[in-house]
Design a protein around this ligand. Structure first.
Ligand code: PEP
Length: 251
């Protein structure tokens, strides 16, 4: 059966001292509490090795926030799948809306990144979701369908089973606006049905689909209770243990 996951995306926050402190707090929390979900974090890439050292027994999964679509070479500023593999990172977020908005990332880029991550034994957390204009125009189902198909549907059934999908409506990220549990469930069920139509229900049922967009301690439980929502990708509320732990306890 598919996993429940709460993953924190730290984005471009925290100096090294603060990052180390939060990781240490999270480790203590994980040792003291049996959680009903896997807990993953995606700190800035500069802190990934430190995270791997701190979570040496895989108490918390260690993910990058992005990775290159290229194997190696003259790509200044990029980090590669091989580098992530070499520090024993667990995987990478791919296609976050901020990468799409500020760095021109498209689903074709995501497709290459997801495939490369899988080839290197890394778990991709593939993000998609519609903008406010697209939702207002009633295009959300179509947009998410096109994104999912372009980014993922060249994979084999065995490959796609290893992908985690994060539905993150752009209008709900960092805005305090949350999709209602029903709105999120509609899209999650839609994504799962697209996968079922292409790969079969058994494959679709194995894939964890996370919701992201202003998940907070007070709305996590209701969101996670939806049948096709298998956890959350958390931004702002992942930056303090007090909030993040309450979200984890939403399971
Ligand atoms: C995110 O960045 O993936 C996210 C969901 O952010 P926030 O929780 O702050 O909306």
């Amino acid at each position: 059966m598919r996993k429940n996951i709460v993953a924190g995306n730290w984005k471009m926050n925290k100096n090294v001292i603060d990052a180390q402190q939060l990781m240490a707090q999270l480790l203590d929390y994980k040792k003291a509490n049996a959680t009903n979900c896997e807990v993953w974090i995606a700190p800035p890439s500069l802190y990934l090795m430190m995270a791997r050292d701190i979570f040496e027994n895989n108490e918390v999964g260690v993910f990058s926030q992005d990775m290159s679509e290229y194997e190696s070479g003259a790509y200044t500023g990029e980090i590669s799948a091989d580098m992530l593999q070499s520090i024993e990172a667990d995987g990478s977020i791919i296609g976050h809306s901020e990468r799409r908005q500020y760095h021109g990332e498209t689903d074709s880029h995501c497709n290459r990144k997801v495939k490369l991550a899988l080839d290197k034994g890394l778990t991709p957390i593939y993000c998609n979701g519609e903008t406010l204009e697209q939702r207002k125009a009633g295009q959300h189902l179509e947009v998410v369908k096109n994104q999912t198909e372009t980014a993922l549907f060249t994979l084999t059934a065995e490959e796609i089973k290893k992908v985690v999908i994060a539905y993150e409506p752009v209008w709900a990220i960092g805005t305090g606006e949350t999709a209602s549990p029903e709105q999120a469930q509609e899209i999650h069920a839609h994504i799962r049905s697209l996968i079922a139509a292409k790969y079969g229900q058994e494959v679709a049922d194995e894939i964890s689909i996370l919701y992201g967009g202003s998940v907070k301690p007070d709305n996590a439980k209701e969101i996670f209770s939806q049948p096709d929502i298998d956890g959350g990708l958390i931004g702002g509320a992942a930056l303090k243990l007090e909030d993040f732990s309450k979200i984890i306890e939403g399971f």
